[in-house]
Design a protein around this ligand. Structure first.
Ligand code: FAD
Length: 378
């Protein structure tokens, strides 16, 4: 029962980061792979995301890193200031190891590179425009869309209708508005500003000379934000980050809202079905790990003997990031402004403490496996 075992017939549900990477790993291990994606003509869409050294290591394993690097922008540093100019976040990857960096890239550009590789692989059959909402697991295999498979990978994202045993799914009350602009005031830096915990803006250079801009918003405030109109929002953005390229937005329809979800499950497998990526463990993007974890899930799947072993191998890192993102997010995106004074008081000075700095950097790089443990840097 393994990705690395005898050749089998696999179904993959979902052609996002996790599903495409898993398809490539499985096909290259000699399996027959059928990929089901509900979108008929997938297009490269989505805001910028930050790929960490851990995610880049998986892309290197797939032979796709150079193509991805060519589409993104190197991020050397994360820098965050309060509305009144106090430093809360200042982390340079090179402090962890001189050759390390993050990669800002549009989710769509990452998708394109993975998708092109999938299309070039004749062992992967693509079934587009097919939505999978149920499956039937029996002793001999799994039936899905009227066909039989030996194994199934569920990689259908945070809103997947298929859930791992015992999984809980909670929408987080906050999410982010985003748009893409051309003027990038801080090349090579993920730059953020915060007004207590209720306002936050972030600029992520995302390659091709663009920057992705994120604005924190409660999901239930979205109708009010629309009703207030673009000019009112532009004034708020300028007040928090004067250098934000907000003038490039000409219509409210150019701004998209991304909700956050917390998905938590005690295990990510049954005997013949395994859950990867956001379908298994969606979390707020505060630590910038979702796509990286999805890539690492796919790489781990390719190495295991059975799915219980997959859950065992992935547990420490996934539990840490899931818990850490749930603990950290309220300090930056919540209706609890009383958390901000403590954050603003201690976070800056803590950077001078080597242990704290290292914990923050390894958390960012994606190598943490617990509050006091980490894996080797790739
Ligand atoms: C605002 C924001 C910023 C983020 N920033 C970062 C970041 O900086 N770094 C980072 O690593 N991550 C970031 N993330 C998270 C990252 O985007 C996700 O973790 C990652 O895309 C998850 O990949 P996935 O393949 O699991 O799911 P998805 O990318 O959601 O792919 C799921 C796929 O399944 C398909 N599908 C869904 N349902 C079905 C069905 N029933 N049948 C068939 N197909 C189906 C969908 O159409 C889609 O193609 C961010 C997320 C948000 C919202």
């Amino acid at each position: 029962m393994s990705a690395s075992g005898p050749a089998r017939r696999w179904a993959i549900v979902g052609g996002g980061t996790a599903g495409l990477a898993a398809a490539l790993f499985l096909a290259r291990a000699g399996h027959e792979v059928v990929l089901f994606e509900r979108v008929a003509n997938p297009e490269p869409v989505g805001a910028g995301i930050l790929i960490q050294p851990t995610g880049m290591a998986v892309l290197r394993e797939l032979g796709l890193l150079q193509r991805v690097l060519a589409r993104g922008e190197r991020i050397e540093r994360l820098y965050g200031l309060t509305s009144y100019g106090r430093m809360v976040l200042d982390l340079g990857y090179a402090d962890l190891r001189p050759d390390l960096f993050g990669l800002g890239i549009h989710r769509g550009a990452l998708f394109s590179v993975l998708w092109d590789a999938v299309c070039a692989d004749s062992r992967i059959e693509r079934r587009m425009g097919v939505e999978i909402t149920s499956l039937d697991e029996g002793s001999g295999g799994v039936t899905l869309a009227g066909e039989g498979f030996d194994r199934v990978v569920v990689a259908s994202g945070a809103r997947s209708p298929l859930r791992a045993p015992g999984a809980t799914v909670k929408p987080y009350p906050w999410g982010a508005l985003w748009f893409v602009a051309k003027q990038n005031p801080k090349p090579g830096v993920l730059f953020q500003r915060y007004r207590d915990t209720r306002q936050m803006i972030g600029l992520l250079p995302s390659g091709d000379g663009t920057v992705s801009c994120f604005w924190s918003l409660r999901a239930d405030a979205l109708p009010g934000w629309r009703a207030a109109g673009l000019d009112a929002w532009k004034a708020e953005v300028r007040a928090l980050m004067p250098e934000a390229p907000i003038d490039e937005v000409h219509s409210i329809d150019e701004v998209i809202f991304a909700p956050y979800f917390d998905v938590v499950a005690p295990r990510w497998h049954t005997e013949r079905v395994v859950w990867l990526g956001d379908a298994a463990h969606a979390m707020s993007p505060q630590l910038g790990q979702g796509a990286n974890l999805a890539l690492q899930d796919a790489a781990a799947l390719a190495q295991v003997d059975d799915f219980a072993e997959y859950t065992r191998r992935r547990t420490q890192q996934l539990r840490f990031y899931s818990l850490a993102s749930r603990m950290l997010t309220p300090f930056f995106q919540s209706s609890w402004p009383f958390l901000a004074p403590g954050r603003d008081l201690v976070a800056g000075p803590l950077h001078a403490w080597g242990w704290y700095r290292r914990q923050m950097l390894t958390s960012l790089a994606g190598t943490k496996t617990g509050f006091f443990s980490e894996m080797a840097l790739p």
